[in-house]
Design a protein around this ligand. Sequence first.
Ligand SMILES: NC(=O)c1ccc[n+]([C@@H]2O[C@H](COP(=O)([O-])OP(=O)(O)OC[C@H]3O[C@@H](n4cnc5c(N)ncnc54)[C@H](OP(=O)(O)O)[C@@H]3O)[C@@H](O)[C@H]2O)c1
Length: 283
Amino acid sequence: MKYIAVLGSEGQLGKTLQYLVNQESCKYKFYSKQDVDITNRQSIESAFAQHSFNFCVNCAAYTDVEAAEKDNKEAFLINVEGAKNVADTCREKNIKLIHISTDYVFDGKKRTPYTISDKTNPINEYGKSKLKGEYCIKEALKEHYIIRASWLYSVYGRNFFKTIVKRIGENNSLKVTTEEIGTPTSCIDLSHFIFHIVNEDNLPFGIYNFSAQGSTTWYGFAKEIVKNLYPDRQTNISPTDNFKTIAKRPKYSVLDNIETQRVYKKFKKWEESLKEVINKLID
Ligand SMILES: NC(=O)c1ccc[n+]([C@@H]2O[C@H](COP(=O)([O-])OP(=O)(O)OC[C@H]3O[C@@H](n4cnc5c(N)ncnc54)[C@H](OP(=O)(O)O)[C@@H]3O)[C@@H](O)[C@H]2O)c1
């Protein structure tokens, strides 16, 4: 029987894994920030002493892109030192690490999907901290899977999808930016890829891109959410190319999944995955 430790289990990806895990045959143990603080090596070691884990899935991270601009110390503490602590402890205990990174490691200057060998050049503090976290993991531990995901959403926590559902549910009108192009990716789809890595247990180590298929803008994503949930309120959403944020965002961050498709076939179009998440909302 394989044992898997999931860190950061109360975030949206951690909660999605918890929701889906009863269909899995391996034993998953979930650790919230209160159970395991990844900035504290001792607390990771105590958790890892409880079982002989085969894998660790690190969903713990500092994810507030806007706040990271002012609070970069905390972002780097969690996304760099924390990631290093996890990787170091995994190495000592002979545990394979599945770590989640981001499309924000790129600067967005390309106009074709980013491959895993494209040059990284993050343009905000969050992206810089996540990239440095990747370096620390690669240096500390050979047995790693770093999954670069993009525009994650789910019915849990705070995310763009939930904001749109709430605001349009209250019949507000919203202006949504057309300035960035990327791919909304459901935490359900990413969870299934994580399960695949664990279950196969023979995928080559390294970096994997993971997103749904296709691309859109945040405006396009919002329109599609509203079209599915509140078809009579589609005019509540209007486009803007002048949405002010503190953090710079890559204008284009579509990921090329071609390498990942060699080992995993179940990619869906983002619109199709969105319908699945909306159905869960309505359940
Ligand atoms: N959200 C996106 O659009 C997106 C896109 C691409 C990649 N990613 C990456 O995907 C992963 C999962 O993201 P998510 O959207 O599920 O994020 P999330 O909902 O913000 O979850 C992150 C979790 O980590 C916890 N955490 C923070 N500091 C911690 C610490 N020191 N020790 C242990 N846990 C800690 C948080 O707890 P508190 O909330 O209590 O602080 C939260 O429960 C992250 O690595 C993120 O960088 C996210």
